[in-house]
Ligand binder design. Structure first.
Ligand code: ATP
Ligand code: MG
Length: 173
């Protein structure tokens, strides 16, 4: 069994930019390591090895052109007790990708978290309430997405990309 989720996984430079938001902000909770910063597209939870192999072997990317997300606000989510970065606007390509992955999972007969998608990057858990504030916008281009395995270790969650799909370029205009 493996704990799996699909994610947008920024490159190291973009992760560093995201991580840099908090140190100046007096975080008191559990700060997420830069290597773990991501946007969850679909959360499957525990999946057996056969299904995991089938997912890794999927040939076709969801046919959506690359897109950008611009993270502009740091928000405290009360129920999750987390501080998250959210984009001001979500481009239709991102919505299509997320919906396409859900369709693909349904097609594979796999269950996943079906709550409405609310794209975000979690920076801090067990966070103290803090007012929402704008941050210097962090614009990240995504031209692929990953299937990620999450392992629980004493030092916290460790993520391992199992497969990566490139987003096909759109038609030139
Ligand atoms: P930890 O659980 O150690 O705090 P984590 O939450 O980063 O670390 P996972 O629990 O494996 O690691 O979660 C991976 C991703 O899936 C995270 O973005 C998390 O918010 C999301 N996630 C976890 N559980 C669920 C769930 N039940 N429904 C939807 N998304 C989930
Ligand atoms: Mg968790």
């Amino acid at each position: 069994m493996a704990r799996l989720f699909f994610a947008l996984y920024p490159d190291a430079a973009a992760r560093a930019s995201l991580a840099a938001v908090l140190p100046t902000d007096g975080a008191r909770g559990r700060v997420i390591p830069a290597d773990n910063l991501h946007v969850t597209l679909a959360f499957l939870g525990d999946v057996d090895a056969t299904a995991a192999d089938a997912l890794r072997a999927l040939q076709d990317a969801v046919p959506v052109p690359p897109f950008e997300l611009c993270f502009e606000r740091l928000v405290f989510w009360e129920r999750a007790r987390a501080r998250v970065l959210v984009p001001e606007a979500v481009p239709p390509e991102a919505e299509c990708l997320q919906a396409g992955i859900r369709r693909l999972l349904t097609g594979q007969g796999l269950s996943f978290d079906r709550r409405p998608w609310n794209p975000h990057v979690t920076l801090e858990r067990r966070a103290a309430p803090a007012p929402t504030r704008p941050v210097t916008p962090i614009r990240i281009r995504f031209d692929d997405y990953v299937l990620m395995a999450s392992e629980t270790r004493p030092e916290g969650a460790v993520y391992r990309p199992l497969a990566r799909w490139r987003l096909p370029p759109g038609d030139a205009v």
